[in-house]
Design a binder for this molecule. Structure first.
Ligand code: HEM
Length: 140
């Protein structure tokens, strides 16, 4: 059970980050260019939202079955355990909350410019936070 979830979380991370990067590049390149927000732009942003939410759900399960998750919580002196049991989960939850805010703000926005702007700003913030707390040494 643990190994399966850990492998999924490890593999899905590539997809989630890739789609998020594409959504950020797409919205930044369109922002300020008078481009219309099309169904394609909406789909890219939606895939990034879904991809990161799946990663969040699997991460939450992993947190309770992994020896590096809740079981290691409190071992704050060990940097790698502090990363997987506290910093990575906490920062990623905040990051995905920001991405969700960007998605709902784009839905309420009327102009294409405002739609691109909310995706660009909130998704980029989320991406930076996610990348800042990846346990790189476990991943590669
Ligand atoms: C978009 C968000 C996230 C991304 C991209 C991500 C990515 C990763 C990656 C690449 C690893 C290393 C995997 C490996 O060992 O090969 C990892 C480990 C881990 N993640 Fe996440 N994660 C995310 C969100 C979360 C969340 C929200 C939680 C918990 C609430 C979480 C809990 C964990 C735990 C406990 C580990 C250590 C697992 C182990 O090796 O036993 N992750 N994550």
């Amino acid at each position: 059970m643990y190994e399966l979830i850990q492998k999924f979380h490890s593999g899905w991370a590539y997809l989630a980050i890739l789609v998020l990067v594409i959504a950020v590049i797409n919205s930044f390149s369109a922002k300020g260019s008078n481009k219309e927000f099309t169904a394609k732009d909406r789909k890219i942003a939606l895939f990034a939202l879904i991809g990161t939410h799946i990663q969040l759900l699997v991460g939450l399960i992993l947190y309770f079955v992994s020896p590096l998750g809740s079981a290691a919580f409190g071992q704050m002196k060990e940097a790698s355990l502090r990363l997987t049991s506290l910093e990575h989960p906490l920062i990623n939850i905040i990051a995905i909350a920001l991405i969700t805010v960007g998605w709902s703000k784009h839905k309420k926005a009327i102009s294409s410019e405002a739609k691109f702007k909310s995706i660009a700003v909130f998704y980029a913030l989320g991406l930076v936070l996610i990348l800042s707390r990846i346990p790189w040494s476990l991943w590669f």
